[in-house]
Design a protein around this ligand. Structure first.
Ligand code: DQA
Length: 141
C-alpha cells in the first residue's frame, strides 16, 4: 500500500513552532516512529510552504497512490486552488489537523478542503496522522 503525507506551510517547524499548540516533537522524529509502526506501508512524506508545490504533489500522487494524508496548514482555510486539486484527483484524501481547529480562532473553523475528503481528523496531535493511516488501511480492506 502506497501512502503519502503532505504537510503544508509552517509544518516544517513542528517541535519549534508554538509548542503549546503543536507539541515538542519534530515531524521527522514522528515520521521515523510512524514508519516503524507500519512496516508494510510504503509511506512517503512531502512538505512545502508553497501552495503550487502542494497542488503539484496532489496531481503527481493523486492518480496512483492508495491514499493521501493532507494537512494543508493555513491553506486549509484560504485555498480554493488546493480544494480544487483534491476534488480533481482519484486517490482518497484524509484531512488532518494536529490542533483542534474548532477550539481556536473562528477563521480556522472553515475548511475549503473537507468536503472533497474521505474524512477529517482534528485535534489528536500528531497521533492524527497514525489514525489517518489506520483509516486508509481499513478503507482499502
Ligand atoms: C493546522 C491548523 C491550521 O489552522 C494552522 O494554520 C496550521 C496547522 C493544524 O495542524 O492544527 O498551520 O493545520
Amino acid at each position: 500500500m502506497q501512502l503519502i503525507i503532505i504537510n503544508g506551510p509552517n509544518l516544517n517547524l513542528l517541535g519549534k513552532r508554538e509548542p503549546e499548540v503543536y507539541g515538542h516533537t519534530s515531524f521527522e522524529e514522528y515520521l521515523a516512529a510512524l514508519k516503524k509502526a507500519f512496516p508494510t506501508v510504503e509511506l512517503s512524506y512531502f512538505q512545502s510552504n508553497i501552495e503550487g508545490e502542494i497542488i503539484d504533489k496532489l496531481h503527481e500522487t493523486g492518480f496512483s497512490y492508495d491514499g493521501i494524508i493532507l494537512n494543508a496548514g493555513a491553506y486549509t482555510h484560504t485555498s480554493i486552488a488546493i480544494a480544487d486539486a483534491v476534488a480533481s484527483i482519484k486517490t482518497p484524501v484524509i484531512e488532518v489537523h494536529i490542533s483542534n481547529v474548532f477550539a481556536r480562532e473562528k477563521y480556522r473553523h472553515h475548511s475549503y478542503i473537507s468536503k472533497h475528503c474521505a474524512g477529517v481528523i482534528v485535534g489528536f496531535g500528531l497521533n492524527g496522522y497514525q489514525l489517518a493511516i489506520n483509516a486508509l488501511i481499513n478503507k482499502s480492506k
